[in-house]
Ligand binder design. Sequence first.
Ligand code: NDP
Length: 273
Amino acid sequence: MTDKYALIGRPLSHTKSPLIHSRFAEATNQDLVYTAIEAPVGAFAETVDAFRREGGRGMNVTAPFKLDAYDYATARSERARLAGAVNAMRFDGERVEAENFDGVGLVNDIQRNLGYALKGRRVLILGAGGAARGAVLPMLDANPALLVVANRNVGRAMVLGEQFAGAPNFTTGGYDDLRGEFFDIVLNATSASLHGELPPVPADVFTAETLAYELAYGKGLTPFLRLARDAGARRLADGVGMLVEQAAEAFAWWRGVRPDTKPLIDQLTVPLA
Ligand code: NDP
């Protein structure tokens, strides 16, 4: 019987997830169908309940429902707990397992696809929302020399700092604390680019060797990437690889087989300039 999976979110008009998972299924000979379900705000639980009654086996979750999914789950992974957000669910009878693969997808993209080992590097994350929180644990697992999270709302960054208080190479703060500091990798995990805005990051965090990574994807040269380029950074990337890598992690979790990601990343990549 064909197994059912879906993405739940709102709006979903630009989603690539059905394409990605259909290609993964073809490439690995998995009998499944993957659809996009645009649920009304406030109707997350009813929508998921109905999908499960129809035989749904698992779901990806995107904005604005990542916190609803966290509450809906009956079992949460450590990654999901630390992120405080869920981007994948697996259904088994009454049990609803919840995961967050955004951070591991990001780390896999940086290390495997872009060829930047994180070990020993100085890494800066801008933002302290769901994507940034989900990135901290997989980043620390890769042993950077230093991991800094800077956020506009400094209190939100501090809460994250308290969660990882035992990690000697991890600090949090505001944008003003970044003056005079430089980094090997700078990640824009704010949602500023979605509104054509620039987080107030000083240009001297970039060097010619810095990898500037925009988590948003398909937006070309965002204000953040333009700032990095103008400051001399030669390596620029957006989050298309992260998107495909987190999808591959979810697919492997659901189906027990890990698809090759390169063909889809090549297909979905939009030139940055
Ligand atoms: P959240 O809404 O959870 O967090 C938003 C963050 O952006 C907060 O830290 C907020 O700061 C900050 N922010 C928003 N506007 C500005 C601004 N103008 N200047 C400075 N900081 C700002 O979003 P997510 O964490 O879910 O998503 C963040 C980004 O990551 C988005 O661009 C999203 O598209 C991308 N993403 C990409 C994925 C991929 O697969 N490639 C997967 C998931 C996310 P404050 O706390 O001060 O309000």
